[in-house]
Design a protein around this ligand. Structure first.
Ligand SMILES: NC(=O)c1ccc[n+]([C@@H]2O[C@H](COP(=O)([O-])OP(=O)(O)OC[C@H]3O[C@@H](n4cnc5c(N)ncnc54)[C@H](O)[C@@H]3O)[C@@H](O)[C@H]2O)c1
Length: 376
C-alpha cells in the first residue's frame, strides 16, 4: 500500500479552510499508515481557488470538479461545496473509484442521499459525512458513558442550536437562503448536526412533528441588484419520538439574537443525565443517581485526560482543544479507514438516515401533522 493518500478538495471557502487545516495537522498528531497529500483544490471561482491553494499549500488548482474526479493522481475527494452539488460530485467520484468525504447535510433530499450510498457501496470506496460534532471528545465520551449504562434508559434528548447572523435584514442573499441551492435553510445546516448526534447517542428516530418559519422574506443581493426572495427556513423546531420510546426536542434558528453558534445537548436517563455545551467543548456535565444522597449534583468533567477519546494525541491534561480539532479527528479516522480498508462512521448510510428525518420534518411542517420516518 502507498504511504500517501492524494486528496482533492472541492469548495475552498469556510469548510475548505476547516478541512485544509485538518490535512496540514493530522499526520503530526495521529499515527497514520498513509499521510494525506494536498494535491488539488477545486473551485468554480478560479481567483479564490488560486489564493486558497497558495495560502493553504494545495499543489494545484482546477475549476471543474468533473475533471477532478477523473484524475489518476487523486485518491480521495473532499466535498466542501453548497448542498446542491453534493450528490453529483459524490456519485461521480465514487464511480471513478475515489474515496469520498462529503459535508453535511449529505444531499438535497433522501432520494439523492440513497443514490450516493448506492454509488459508494457499488464502488466499494470509503465514504463519510462530515458530522464533525461526533468527534468532539466530550461527545465521544458521552457515547462511551451511554453505552456503558452510566445514564441508564434514555427518556429525553433535547438539542438547541442557536445562531443570530440573519437577524440583520440587510444580510445579503446567499445560497443558504435559496431552497433550490440548499434543500432547506437553518434546518439542513443546524438540525442536520443535532439529528446526527441524536442518532449517534440515542438511536433511530421513528416520527417527527415540526414547524418552520421564514422571518425575513426578502433580502438584498450583494451585487446591489435589488431584492431576492428567501425560500429556505430561518428556523425549524420539531418534536421527535425515538424507536426505543425516548422523546426528542430539537430547535434551530438563525434568529437567536446574541447567540453566535450555541449548541447545547441535554440527555436525561433513568440512572443519570449528561449535558454538553459547544461553547465549553472541553467539558461534559454528568449527574449520577448512584451518587450518595447528600452529595448528588451535576459534576463537571474536564475532557482533556489522555484516556479520553482522541486526547492522547494532544496535550497534557487541562490543556484544552478547540472546534478545529474535530475536523482533524474526522479526517484522521477517514484516512485510517482508507489505509486499513475498514468502514468508518458516520458514513453515507448515516447521512441518508439523517436526511430522511430532515425531509420528514419539512413535510410535517407543510402538512401540519406527525410524519413517520421510512425504512432506509
Ligand atoms: N461541518 C460543519 O460544521 C459545517 C459548517 C458550515 C458549512 N458546512 C457545510 O459545508 C458545505 C459548504 O459550506 P461553506 O460554508 O463552506 O460554503 P461557502 O459558501 O463558504 O463555500 C462554498 C464554496 O464552493 C464553491 N463552489 C460552489 N459551487 C461549486 C462547484 N460546482 N464546483 C466547485 N466549487 C463550487 C464556491 O465558489 C465557494 O468557494 C455546505 O454543505 C455546508 O452545509 C458544514
Amino acid at each position: 500500500m502507498s504511504d500517501k493518500i492524494n486528496v482533492a478538495i472541492v469548495g475552498t471557502q469556510f469548510m475548505g479552510r476547516a478541512h485544509s487545516n485538518a490535512y496540514i495537522d493530522v499526520a503530526h498528531y495521529f499515527d497514520l499508515p498513509a499521510a494525506p497529500v494536498m494535491q488539488l483544490a477545486c473551485d468554480v471561482d478560479t481567483e479564490v481557488a488560486n489564493a486558497f491553494a497558495k495560502r493553504w499549500g494545495w499543489q494545484a488548482t482546477e475549476a471543474s470538479w468533473e475533471k477532478v474526479v477523473e484524475r489518476d493522481d487523486v485518491d480521495m475527494i473532499d466535498i466542501c461545496t453548497p448542498n446542491i452539488t453534493h450528490a453529483p460530485i459524490a456519485i461521480a467520484a465514487a464511480k471513478a473509484g475515489k474515496h469520498v468525504i462529503c459535508e453535511k447535510p449529505i444531499a438535497m433530499n433522501a432520494d439523492e442521499a440513497k443514490q450516493m450510498l448506492d454509488a459508494a457501496q457499488e464502488a466499494d470506496v470509503r465514504h463519510m459525512v462530515a458530522f464533525n460534532y461526533r468527534r468532539v471528545p466530550a461527545l465521544a465520551l458521552a457515547k462511551q458513558m451511554i453505552e456503558s449504562g452510566k445514564i441508564g434508559k434514555i427518556f429525553h434528548f433535547n438539542a438547541v442550536y442557536y445562531q443570530d447572523w440573519l437577524v440583520d435584514p440587510q444580510f445579503p442573499m446567499v445560497w443558504r437562503h435559496d431552497i433550490k441551492e440548499g434543500g432547506s435553510g437553518a434546518h439542513g445546516d443546524m438540525n442536520a448536526h443535532t439529528v446526527d448526534l441524536a442518532r449517534f447517542l440515542v438511536g433511530e428516530i421513528e416520527a417527527v412533528c415540526g414547524a418552520q418559519e421564514i422571518f425575513i422574506k426578502e433580502r438584498p443581493y450583494a451585487s446591489g441588484d435589488g431584492m431576492g426572495k428567501v425560500t429556505a427556513d430561518d428556523a425549524t423546531y420539531f418534536l421527535a419520538r425515538f424507536s426505543d420510546g425516548a422523546l426528542g426536542n430539537f430547535m434551530c434558528t438563525r434568529f437567536a439574537t446574541g447567540r453566535k453558534n450555541f449548541l447545547r445537548v441535554e440527555i436525561f436517563g433513568s440512572e443519570g443525565s449528561l449535558m454538553f455545551n459547544l461553547e465549553r467543548l472541553n467539558e461534559l456535565d454528568f449527574y449520577s443517581r448512584g451518587d450518595s444522597g447528600t452529595e448528588q449534583g451535576f459534576r463537571n468533567i474536564i475532557v482533556t485526560e489522555g484516556g479520553h477519546p482522541y486526547l492522547k494525541s494532544w496535550w497534557p491534561p487541562g490543556h484544552i482543544i478547540g472546534w478545529e480539532h474535530t475536523f482533524i479527528h474526522e479526517i484522521g479516522d477517514l484516512l485510517l479507514a482508507i489505509a486499513s480498508k475498514s468502514s468508518v462512521r458516520p458514513d453515507f448510510y448515516d447521512g441518508l438516515r439523517c436526511q430522511q428525518v430532515l425531509d420528514a420534518v419539512q413535510k410535517s411542517a407543510t402538512d401540519a401533522q406527525w410524519i413517520s420516518i421510512p425504512e432506509a
